[in-house]
Design a protein around this ligand. Structure first.
Ligand SMILES: [Zn+2]
Length: 456
């Protein structure tokens, strides 16, 4: 039987009215409950937390986890003992099961994230309910009463610009919603970020969405199309995600589309992590998440200073607990109250800038491809653990990969090469050379992997 979660939406509203004290109290209680649950049901956390006090309300007591350590302990990590790496991998390697309920219960999402290492994530219904209540609350706030009316007048049509054909959280959630809800299927439509630009423009002109949600890099390219007059849509709201943007970027989008532009800073591990306000700060949904800016020794970074990395705890997803998880981004916590009046902690983020790759065409024009278009193609190829695409010359791409132990390197390379050739051909870039590298993906200073590196 599933838990009754009808109180979540009302609680989120009350928490924000009560201000930081009410939010912090909920955070402490929910963290303590999540730690207790993780210790009881996950062999990995039972061992990791064996020396901790019985009840933990201070996140700083918890050891740090990462995608690498959790993926290495996959079978011991989940609190549902039916979940194994083998079963989840078999599920994600089957494209016909995108958005289906894994084990009849869960949403599965894959990611390369910013580290380039593939993650396999399982979300329970509790998490999905809380995430949709929080994002619904934010969306209503962004639109305001007038915006909501304008969206309703346009039939509420949502366009999601996502990487289709893989189990990425955006597309997997979309696929699940359209499988499970007939009325939502009517107002939400996914558009593939791999669609060649002229075709994507034509599709969006026909659909004429009221709200656009998608990767910032692709929306930036669309803003150029709108300015050039080829795209002529009138969205009420644009929500850009996946790559951080400067305020000049959001201003340009707002002007091009005559729309309100908001962004989010989140991750597959915690899709509701934070949402931007009109002053360009990301407000963290701290009643259901803990965000800790820390230095290289995982000690707290004072507000107003840029951190070395950031640790997050997801307080909603019980099936795969993410607790004090190193996300790898550098953030700055706002030291004073945000002028927008939102009591939630506000951060800015560095290091997720979209690495747009620009190529010369044979006719001397320039074509840009958003980094996620590359990353998601390779990431959805079974057998790839870690990858990197570097533009080493204007017309040369070098592909570095680290493969799963049981992968056939020749077979994986043929698949990756075929996918890349298709993407390039779709963009009239048949003359670009794709090279297979012998060396593994290269780490940048600080240990992070950049998945896509444009020509420097
Ligand atoms: Zn604000």
């Amino acid at each position: 039987m599933s838990e009754n979660l009808s109180w979540v939406g009302g609680d989120a509203r009350r928490a924000r009215k009560e201000g930081m004290a009410g939010i912090a109290r909920r955070q402490r209680e929910r963290l303590a409950d999540m730690v207790t649950f993780a210790r009881a049901e996950s062999p990995y956390y039972r061992e990791l937390y064996r020396d901790l006090p019985d009840r933990v309300t201070d996140p700083a007591l918890l050891p740090v986890t990462s995608k690498k350590t959790l993926m290495e302990h996959f079978d011991d990590w989940a609190t549902d003992r039916e979940i194994t790496f083998g079963r989840v991998r078999e599920f994600v390697d089957d494209p016909s099961r995108i958005g289906a309920r894994f084990l009849g219960k869960y949403l599965v999402a894959t990611t390369s994230g910013t580290s380039g290492r593939r993650g396999l994530f399982v979300q329970d219904r509790r998490y999905q309910h809380i995430a949709s209540a929080l994002t619904g609350h934010v969306l209503a706030g962004w639109l305001g009463a007038g915006g909501l009316l304008r969206v309703a007048a346009r039939g509420g049509k949502f366009a999601q610009l996502v990487a289709t054909g893989g189990h990425y959280v955006g597309y997997a959630s979309y696929a699940q919603v359209t499988r499970e809800s007939r009325w939502q299927a009517k107002i939400v439509r996914a558009f593939s970020v791999h669609t060649p630009m002229p075709e994507l423009v034509a599709q969006l002109n026909r659909y004429n969405p009221a709200i656009i949600v998608g990767y910032a890099g692709v929306i930036q390219l669309l803003a150029g199309e709108q300015e050039a007059g080829r795209l002529h849509i009138k969205p009420v709201l644009i929500e850009a995600a996946g790559e951080t943007m400067t305020s000049a970027d959001t201003d340009r989008m707002a002007t091009a589309f005559g729309a309100r532009v908001r962004t989010m800073y989140s991750c597959t591990e915690c899709t509701y992590l934070s949402h931007s306000c009109e002053h360009g700060w990301y407000h963290v949904n701290s009643d259901w998440a803990v965000l800790e800016p820390v230095d290289a020794d995982y000690q707290p970074t004072p507000p107003g200073e840029l951190s070395h990395t950031v640790l997050i705890s997801n307080l909603a997803n019980r099936v795969q607990p993410f607790l004090r998880y190193d996300l790898g981004d550098r953030v700055l916590l706002r030291p004073d109250p945000c002028p927008c009046g939102n009591p939630l902690p506000a951060v800015q983020v560095q290091g997720r800038a979209g690495d747009m790759v620009t190529f010369p065409t044979e006719r001397g024009e320039r074509v840009s491809i958003a980094p996620l278009a590359f990353g998601t193609l390779i990431d959805r190829t079974p057998g790839v653990e870690l990858f990197q695409v570097e533009q080493t010359a204007p017309t040369t791409l070098r592909v570095r990969m680290l493969l799963a132990d049981d992968a056939d390197p020749e077979h994986v390379w043929r698949e990756v090469h075929r996918e890349l050739d298709q993407l390039l051909a779709d963009n009239e870039l048949d003359h670009i050379t794709v090279q297979r590298a012998d060396e593994p993906p290269q780490q940048a200073a600080g240990g992070k992997y950049r998945t896509v590196i444009p020509l420097g």
